[in-house]
Design a binder for this molecule. Sequence first.
Ligand code: G3P
Ligand code: CA
Length: 286
Amino acid sequence: MKKFLSIILITLFVSTVVGQATASAFSEKILNVAHRGASGHAPEHTILSYELGEKMKGDYIEIDLQMTKDGVLIAMHDETLDRTTDGSGHVKDHTIDEIKQLDAGSWFNERNPEKASEDFVGLTVPTLEEIFIEFGKSTKYYIETKSPEVYPGMEEELLRLLNKYGLTGKHDRVLLQSFSQESLQIIHELDPSWPLVQLIRAADSDNITDEQLEEISTYAIGVGPNHTRISEEDVARVLQYDLDIHPYTVNNPEVMHELLDWGVTGLFTDYPDVLWNVLKERQTGR
Ligand code: G3P
Ligand code: CA
């Protein structure tokens, strides 16, 4: 009887461990990615937003990259300055000195009066190097090459800075992502040790073929589809290829629960505090 019980317990233990390993080849933990920082609470892609992302227990701060006229990588989602600063025009047409003059916080107060704060007025656009200096190895970074076709050489500059600050691809401190397969393949060729995530545009997220997954698994550790366009079957299919799946951008706790029930291995969210509570509820029982 004792022997029988031991076999059952060992079997359960092994299947649990294997189950976790199968759920995520990259990490056994469900990743809480603070999208543009805690951008539901503070102006996206500011140091304050990243600090809040850390405080609210995001595992990674997500950073979109653009490149200035003089070749400096900055944290910004859009190719233009208009939406998130008091400037205008394309990032590529402005020097870093010009961009540093801009207010990157007041727009948030105007758009979200209920969340407005004096602390946001006059925040500046951070460079990637400033972010690394500020946070060092105290946080994890999930960095996206945006519009790489507009910024030739951005991948080399990104890897130069990562290496300069001792953030290598040999551990889980950094994940690199892009909608551009070409950009990810440039990085992969420069240094195959970087963990890469292939983002999938909304229009393609409900139609990821087995051939695509097969190809993606040759250079990336996971995919990032739009969460509104995927099904439980899509999640299962991605996991079968031993790829992680980190849907973007999920702010509703019920939707978080549903996607987690389906087996996603991480989520991008503007509210890392909300996701943290959801993950805690699931650990302690709803
Ligand atoms: O990087 C994941 C998600 O952020 C992709 O969409 O447009 O917010 O960069 P976007
Ligand atoms: Ca992004």
